[in-house]
Design a protein around this ligand. Structure first.
Ligand code: HEM
Length: 221
């Protein structure tokens, strides 16, 4: 039965036009031929997301294989290197704090309310996790709350508890101090805090970069 415009309008309760105009009528979908469907399937696009999925999958698989074979490492025994770079990334996003020697001294483990800090090559680390070594009574408590870079090189834990490494052969400094710089920078549980400076107010407000010399780079060790 052919419906008149009037009948169509009455049968439609809302305000939409009862008889849709040509503009609003969705074009009737033409059924695709099998050849067209196959051709479309041949042209599946390969996007960035797919690439990321593959890389992610390969990475997960490799880590699992490493753990299966090595037993205790997801990165084929290269944990230290990965940790160092991971700590580097974390460090980039950590806002450093700047302490002078007097303030750093407060963090020597005697005040249980404060973390334990030590500084090496003027870079401060939180070593609270090593309280048994750096806290009062610990075998290395003399390193806490100060920068004793010189003692890390000479092993003189009485006379060389100072940051001043002048007079020591540069190669020895690089090798010995570099070893410990690397040790703290890539440690599992010790974390980067900031820098030891002469005047913390200046370091924070004026100098974007820390006042002390940059740390010894790992490749210099
Ligand atoms: C230049 C000389 C030395 C320096 C700078 C030095 C420094 C250190 C530091 C910083 C630690 C703590 C590591 C941590 O936080 O886990 C440590 C641990 C240790 N050091 Fe030395 N050390 C020196 C020489 C020696 C020597 C000659 C011995 C042996 C007679 C020794 C035996 C130990 C032991 C057994 C530990 C482990 C302590 C523990 O885990 O409780 N160190 N050393």
């Amino acid at each position: 039965m052919v419906q008149t415009r009037q009948q169509a309008r009455e049968a439609t309760p809302d305000s939409r036009p009862a008889v849709p105009s040509e503009k609003t009528t969705p074009p009737r979908q033409r059924k695709k031929s099998n050849a067209e469907i196959l051709e479309e399937e041949d042209h599946v696009s390969f996007g960035v997301l797919d690439l990321l999925r593959i890389i992610g999958g390969v990475a997960v698989f490799t880590c699992m294989l490493s753990y299966f074979i090595m037993g205790d490492s997801y990165v084929w025994g290269q944990d230290k290197i990965f940790r160092k770079y991971w700590n580097g990334v974390k460090r980039t996003f950590t806002k450093p704090i700047y302490l002078d020697e007097a303030t750093l001294a407060l963090y020597n483990g005697t005040d249980l309310a404060l973390p334990i800090y030590l500084s090496i090559n003027r870079t401060i680390y939180d070593v609270s996790e090593g309280r048994n070594k750096y806290g009062p009574g610990g075998g290395y408590s003399f390193f806490a709350g100060r920068d004793a870079s010189r003692a890390y090189i000479t092993g003189d834990f009485k006379n060389d508890l100072t940051w001043d490494v002048s007079g020591i052969d540069e190669e020895r400094v690089q090798k010995a101090l570099g070893h410990w710089v690397n040790f703290f920078a890539s440690h599992d549980t010790y974390t980067f805090v900031g820098y030891l400076v002469r005047d913390p107010t200046k370091a924070q407000t004026e100098a974007p970069e820390p006042e002390p010399e940059p740390e010894h780079k790992p490749d210099e060790l």
